[in-house]
Design a protein around this ligand. Structure first.
Ligand code: SAH
Length: 254
């Protein structure tokens, strides 16, 4: 079987954040599959078809691309950021595991991209300079109770926490509840970073503290980094502060 499926990370923003490997993989594809706004970031190429689908249609999109690849095409699925972080690579693997045996013979490549938490962290210093974890706040694919348990465990263990999918129209209260939950473990003064649309023209980065975090604007294009007890803020006149988590932890205070 000559079919090929690439799962390609576009990075967080415009073409500056696309790796040369991802660019080459996009150029080599016969057909592109993805959420419409992500496909819009990829320049049109003659002879290449495009198949846009809704954001929530991840499994059917993966299956459609696999079917196409199984017919001998070079199909590609695009994701924002990195395709392995809350994105299409896992959906493709799931379809391969449960789909027709023949899909296991396909040539599959996952092409990494810069994930949102790294892009946001780079804008503000080094908040992920020591141990950290990433959590999706979306309870579309897991129970809210599990999210609360993971927030407790992560904050209780002293991890810096990157929050993906912090809010959507269908999930208006979860972020405020998450901040309240984190307050059980962390001081009011804990730094919280909001990075919106980083790498795009409408990028916005703001720094606050955990006690006021719920009043700061956040939407679906925002990635939030909640510091640990070690995270420090260096104020700078006329500029955003530098926020960093030192590489050494002297004592167990989690
Ligand atoms: N695969 C993507 C994440 C998909 S989940 C990645 O690796 O980045 C979608 C969430 O990612 C959004 O709700 C937001 O929290 C975050 N995100 C994606 N692009 C972003 C950007 N340019 N700036 C800030 N956050 C972003």
């Amino acid at each position: 079987m000559s079919g090929h499926l690439a799962v390609i990370g576009l990075g967080p923003g415009d073409a500056r954040y696309l790796t040369p490997e991802a660019d080459a993989a996009l150029a080599a594809a016969d057909a592109l599959y993805g959420y419409g706004p992500y496909l819009d970031r990829v320049p049109a190429r003659p002879g290449q078809s495009r198949h846009a689908s809704d954001n929530r249609e991840e499994r059917p999109r993966a299956a459609a691309a696999l079917h196409h690849a199984a017919q001998g095409a070079r199909a590609a699925v695009v994701s924002g950021g990195d395709p392995g972080v809350f994105a299409m690579a896992a959906a493709v693997c799931e379809e391969i595991e449960w789909g027709p045996e023949s899909w296991r013979a396909l040539d599959v490549s996952i092409v990494p991209g810069i994930t949102a938490m790294l892009a946001v962290a780079a804008r503000i210093g080094a908040p992920l300079g020591h141990d950290f974890c990433a959590l999706s706040l979306s309870d579309n694919l897991k129970p809210w109770e599990l999210i609360e348990r993971r927030l407790d465990a992560a904050a209780g263990a002293g991890f810096v926490i990157a929050l993906y999918n912090p809010v959507s129209r269908a999930r208006p209260w979860q972020l405020g509840t998450a901040f309240e939950r984190l307050r059980r473990h962390l001081p009011a003064s804990t730094p919280v970073i909001f990075g919106r649309a980083v790498g795009r023209a409408d990028e916005r980065v703001a720094v606050g503290t955990l006690d006021v975090a719920a009043t700061m604007p956040a939407d679906m294009a925002t990635l939030i980094i909640v510091g640990s007890r070690e995270t420090r803020v260096i104020a700078r006149a006329g500029r955003l502060p530098l926020v960093y988590t030192p590489r050494a932890v002297a004592e167990v205070n989690a």
